[in-house]
Each structure stands twice: as C-alpha cells, then as structure tokens.
Design a protein around this ligand. Structure first.
Ligand code: NAY
Length: 294
C-alpha cells in the first residue's frame, strides 16, 4: 500500500459545551488541514480525537463528517479499534462502506490481554472487515507492549499492512524496519520525527500536525534528503513548541490554537472527563500561538 505513505494529522475534534460534536468546527479543522497544512491524510478516531470517550453513534457521526468534508482530496484512515470487538467490526464495516482508504485498530486494552488474545482480536477484525488494517500500538496509554515476535505473527495476517508506532523504543523500531520491509510503519511521536524518519518510517501520524504541519513536512523532507542539520534545527524549534503545549495541556492547547486559526467564535470544548481549558491556560495558549504558529 505505497499509496498510504505520508504525513497524517491525528484529527482533533471540537465539542460543544454539552459534550456533543461541534460539526461546523470539525469541518473547519478538516479544511484547515487540507488547505493550509497540506497534509497527505487524516487519522480519524484516534487518541487525539478523544475517541475512547465517545459512544458508537458519535464515532460514526465523526467518520461521516470527515469523509463528507474531505471527499477524495486526501487519504483517510479510520481508527475503529475498541475493547468491544463487535463495535470495532461494526465501525470497520461502516467506514469501509464510506470508502475510507484503510482502517486502524488500537490494541485491546484495560484487561491485561495476552499475546494470543491480541492476535485473535486482529484476526477476527480482519476476517470480518474488507479493508486493510494498520495496527495502532501505543503502549504508554494501553499498557500493551508488543515485541518483534508478536508483530511477526500479526503481519502474517493477510489484511494487516502496517503499524502506527507510538513509542520511544527506537531499538524495536530499527528491528521492525529491518525485518518487515513490506509493512508500512508510521511514527506516532511528533517530537521524535527526526530519529523516526532516519529509521526509514513510511510516514507519520500526529496531533501537532493539525497546527504545525508545514514545519513537520520540512523535517520529514530534510531527513530524507540527508540534511540532518536542517532537520534538527526545525525539530528543535518544533519541540520548543511541543513542550510548551504539553506543559499547558495537550489537546486543550491544540484546540485553542485551532479555534484561533479557523476563526471560530465558538469555544472548542474537550469531552468530559477531560478538563476544560482555564483562563490561565488560555493566556498561555495565546502566547504559544503568537510565538510559534501565527
Ligand atoms: C492519535 O491521535 O491516535 C495519535 O496520533 C497518537 C500520537 C499522538 N499521541 C498522543 C497520545 O496524543 O501526536 C502524538 C502526541 O500527541 C504528540 O507527539 C505530543 O506528545
């Protein structure tokens, strides 16, 4: 699936104060990604979309809006994974009918599933959904740590085409890249884009690309053309931005910046139990916006 390579924003979703999806705001964020960030694709329904706080119908609503707004202008990958496997399969079929380019599924979490259970989860999803699947590995949030043997077994499943690798274990990344040349590897930590691209990942998927997409593309291209000095310079500046964002509240700050960028007069709320941005955080978010993005 060469066609899936590239830089993807992990789509952020703005909510209304009552917790419902702010459709107008969501459409504006999608347009911003396409028209101004020049992104290759969107990863819809990921951590950055606060997906694991939502009900099934809300997830469907977001998948529909994203496809309706983006049409075929960019690639769309839908994260449909859930510890409820029946929901995962239903959502997988739903987005496949909507003509999403691929699905992705987080490793099942909360209970401490063993390697066989994780394997069977992917086997069952891929046997029931007629679309290619990218494994979503994010051990920091799920507690599910997979080694090279686990990946080897999973990559033998016919519809599995790659992994979204959100981990700082670069030894494992190097081993994966060396071993599985045919699989797609997407890097998941925006602040570690330089070492990921140096390890020949096929692309990257991240939350900060929603607002810092242009610089991230420059980093990607600079490493690819062997200009490590330039790549590091832009990564350094990018990481001044990312660390300020992380210190101030990741999604709250990114949504504040997006709200400014797309000129929405309605606040982009987070989904409870995520906290809402405070006045103090807004001020700091404004400083970050002025300093790095505007
Ligand atoms: C997603 O939304 O599923 C992701 O893109 C995962 C990758 C992001 N991880 C999380 C936990 O949000 O973009 C990263 C991350 O926000 C960024 O690197 C800042 O740490």
């Amino acid at each position: 699936r060469e066609d899936l390579k590239g830089l993807y924003s992990a789509l952020l979703v703005p909510f209304n104060e009552d917790g419902s999806v702010n459709e107008e705001g969501l459409r504006k964020i999608i347009r911003h990604n396409i028209d101004r960030m020049n992104i290759d694709g969107l990863y819809v329904g990921g951590s950055s979309g606060e997906n694991f706080l939502l009900g099934k119908e809300e997830k469907k609503q977001i998948f529909e809006i994203a496809k309706d707004e983006a049409k075929d202008q960019i690639k769309l990958i839908a994260q449909i994974g859930s510890s409820n496997i029946y929901e995962a399969i239903e959502l997988g079929k739903f987005v496949t009918d909507l003509a999403y380019d691929a699905i992705s599924a987080v490793t099942p979490f909360y209970y401490r599933f063993n390697a066989d259970e994780v394997y069977n989860y992917y086997k069952e999803i891929t046997e029931n959904v007629e679309n290619d699947l990218i494994i979503y590995s994010i051990p920091l949030l799920t507690g599910v740590d997979m080694g090279i043997k686990d990946f080897e077994r999973l990559f033998k499943l016919p519809r599995i085409v790659g992994v979204k690798y959100t981990s700082a274990d670069f030894y494992l990344l190097e081993r994966l890249r060396k071993t599985f040349k045919q699989q797609l590897i997407f890097s998941g930590f925006d602040e570690m884009l330089v070492p990921a691209v140096a390890n020949n990942v096929d692309g990257a998927i991240g939350s900060t690309y929603n607002v810092n997409g242009i610089r991230s593309r420059q980093i990607f291209d600079a490493v690819k053309s062997n200009d490590l000095q330039k790549a590091l310079e832009i990564q350094n500046l990018t990481n001044d931005f990312i660390s300020a964002v992380l210190n101030n509240g990741l999604y709250q700050t990114l949504k504040y910046i997006l709200q400014r960028e797309v000129k929405s007069d309605k606040q982009f709320y987070s989904r409870k139990p995520m906290a809402q941005i405070t006045e103090e955080q807004k001020q700091e978010a404004e400083n970050i916006y002025q300093k790095f993005i505007k």
